[in-house]
Design a protein around this ligand. Structure first.
Ligand code: A2P
Length: 282
């Protein structure tokens, strides 16, 4: 990967720009509008949105304000937990599309799996949701479909369906690598995307990462983003700060050595959100 517009290729041939712009925790209104516009102006071509972030209308306005041609942009949406199942997913998709002001999505994800701890029919709920996604995909309303926060046991049933997930977006940053899930995805041709690639800011002051980043004359944020890419994972850094939006895009002028990659990959667990797909209560 040499530039923001370079792409990962999904198992259906779709191309996804290699660094996405995250919008989780971005305040709705002018902040979301301006940060999305700034990101597109800085060269990002991939915007990661979700209904539950509560800012899709503003994200859509930011896209519009950027003046970019629709087909040059890759936009992701996600169906929220209360909207899983067949009919509700179709309705949620229509609302997201209308809120974003778009007439198709590049990627639509199931935001979290229904899990055994909350639903006896969890596997069926996920399959019903997936059936709706598959139908929208076949109808050309979505270019690619996938999941988020799915572990291998959640993915198993979906791997038996006609259209396999193309993406799994999971929490992924130094100290939080979800090795089993990543290995499963790589074996099954599913591109892994990293939410909170900076640990939502929690890993940025880590002394070990600061020392490695300093060797390259880079910030820890840039190190984390580059580290994702070198591990074959697509990072989705979020910022509402113009200088950081630009900084996070400057990750193509250095290469982390194998030694330093190993050091980061070997770091013990730290800095995680604590959200586990089988234990969440939302
Ligand atoms: P802000 O949005 O106020 O600029 P993640 O992408 O892992 O969820 O992390 C997002 C958090 O990290 C936000 O609090 C964001 O702050 C902060 N952040 C993003 N980029 C940088 C950066 N380059 N340097 C420091 N903090 C950053």
């Amino acid at each position: 990967m040499k530039a923001l517009a370079d792409t990962f290729i999904l198992n259906n041939g779709c191309r996804v720009p290699c660094v996405g712009f995250g919008t989780w925790q971005t305040p709705d209104g002018e902040t979301a509008i301006q940060s999305v516009k700034t990101a597109i102006g800085a060269g990002y071509r991939h915007i990661d949105a979700a209904a539950v972030y509560g800012n899709e209308i503003s994200v859509g306005q930011g896209i519009k304000a950027s003046g970019i041609e629709r087909e040059k942009l890759f936009v992701t949406g996600k169906v929220w937990n209360t909207e899983r199942s067949y009919e509700q997913t179709i309705a949620a998709f229509e609302k997201t599309l209308s809120d974003l002001g778009l007439d198709y999505l590049d990627l639509y994800l199931i935001h979290w799996p229904a899990s055994a701890s909350r639903f006896t029919d969890w596997e069926q709920i996920n399959l019903d949701t997936w059936r709706a996604m598959t139908e929208l995909y076949h109808a050309g309303r979505i270019k690619a479909i996938g999941v988020s926060n799915f572990m291998p046991h959640h993915l198993a049933a979906l791997m038996q369906t006609e259209v396999k997930p193309m993406v799994n977006q999971i929490e992924y940053h130094p100290g939080q690598m979800q090795e089993e899930t990543v290995a499963f995805c790589k074996e099954n041709g599913i591109v892994v995307e990293a939410w909170s690639p900076l640990g939502s800011g929690r890993v940025l002051n880590d002394e070990r990462l600061l020392a490695i980043a300093a060797k390259y004359g880079k910030s820890v944020a840039q190190l984390c983003i580059r580290w994702c890419l070198q591990n074959g994972v697509l990072p989705l850094p979020k910022s509402i700060t113009p200088s950081r939006i630009v900084e996070n895009a400057q990750v193509f002028d250095f290469v982390i050595s194998n030694d330093d990659m190993a050091k980061i990959n070997d770091m013990p667990t730290f800095g995680g959100s604590g959200l586990h797909p089988d234990k969440i209560d939302f």
